[in-house]
Design a protein around this ligand. Structure first.
Ligand code: NDP
Ligand SMILES: O=C(O)C1=NCCCC1
Length: 316
């Protein structure tokens, strides 16, 4: 291998400092999905190792030719990390030139995972949620809840935030974040109270390998939209039959996974079909819709390329 003697590394603070907007992230995700449809961008189903002790180790791979970038994201989720004062999920994104294979950059994977996951949810929400959604509920109040609050507060006319979590510290932190956005928040006594009161529900509960389902899609009110980031693990899967539209991130990836997000009978289609207009996100105002997903490598590539290009532009 030959190239420069050092590979640029972008830390969480550097990436956050680029000031990307949610609309820029959504637009880049949608553009890459369109490229995928034209066979100008590609992704592989994620590779996952679950040793049985709660850890979830994964690699996501996607590439495009315009610009010529291949992104590999590697993360380890360990439910014991927070006890040690560490984020639940840690990792890196490596960017290579998709023609030569030469290294381009290494990015902090935590920031990419937080922002791209909220970006995927926001992309789906733009098609599936009601434009006037004003109450948002969080089931799980950690990193993902934070990035989703940031993204959704710029897309919807939010007026109130409902919180249901586990430990008091993260519930309080998310309440503080809501206050920074001038949004009042209420800590709910039960998950049902939070879900039934909301127009938009975000679930991002810690993946431990042995979560007993405690959420029911029947609780969603008419017209509500749920972004279910947590692989639907805390949801009673049969309850998804109550929903009108259920979109997952990638049908090809889903087909390759041993543990399905839910019965394929409940799935309307995937994010690509939604963005390409092949399926409708919402038919009636009263529909109850959900985006249920395990993580799409196209999102990691879209955001990684966007931040790398922005960083180059800002250093000129
Ligand atoms: N689909 C995707 O692409 C991605 C999905 N994820 C999913 O999001 C999840 C959360 O990730 P992240 O936000 O980084 O992790 P965090 O640890 O930052 O947040 C998880 C939150 O869930 C809370 N929680 C745990 N158990 C319960 C429970 N039974 N009821 C209510 N709240 C609970 C935790 O409480 P406490 O404050 O006590 O720790 C914590 O606030 C992951 O486990 C994964 O499933 C994450 C990244 C990408
Ligand atoms: O795609 C991702 O990133 C993740 N998916 C599942 C949980 C860990 C992170």
């Amino acid at each position: 291998m030959s190239a420069s003697t050092s590979i640029p590394y972008f830390s969480e603070d550097q990436l956050a400092g680029l000031g990307l907007t949610t609309h820029e992230v959504i637009n880049r995700i949608e553009t890459l999905i369109l490229s995928g449809d034209k066979q100008q961008a590609w992704s592989a189903p994620k590779a996952v190792i679950q040793p049985g002790d709660g850890r979830y180790m994964m690699v996501a791979l996607a590439a495009a030719d315009d610009p010529s970038v291949l992104a590999v994201k590697t993360v380890v989720l360990n439910p014991r990390n927070p006890e040690q004062g560490l984020p639940l999920i840690n990792g890196l994104v490596t960017l290579l030139d998709s023609h030569s294979g030469l290294p381009i950059a290494i990015l902090d994977g935590n920031w990419i995972t937080a922002v791209r996951t909220a970006g995927l949810s926001a992309t789906a929400a733009r098609h599936m949620a009601k434009n006037d959604a004003s109450v948002i509920a969080f089931i799980g109040c950690g990193v993902q809840a934070n990035s989703h609050l940031q993204a959704f507060s710029t897309l919807f006319p939010l007026e109130k935030v409902l919180l249901f979590g586990r430990g008091a510290v993260n519930i309080e932190r998310l309440g503080d974040k809501a206050a920074e956005l001038s949004l009042p928040s209420v800590a709910c006594d039960s998950a049902e109270e939070a879900v039934t009161g909301a127009d938009i529900v975000i679930s991002s509960v810690t993946h431990t390998g042995d979560v007993t389902p405690f959420l029911d899609a029947n609780w969603l009110k008419p017209g509500a939209f749920a972004a279910i980031t947590d692989l639907a693990v805390p949801w009673g899967k049969e309850s998804f039959s109550a929903l009108d539209q259920v979109v997952i991130d990638d049908l090809v990836q889903e087909a390759a996974m041993p543990n399905k997000l839910m019965s394929p009978d409940y799935v309307t289609g995937d994010l690509s079909q939604l963005v390409l207009g092949k399926i409708k996100g919402r038919n009636l105002d009263s529909d109850r819709n959900a985006f249920v997903f395990r993580g799409h490598a196209m999102g990691d590539l879209a955001l990684s390329t966007l931040v790398y290009q922005r960083a180059l532009m800002m250093s000129d």
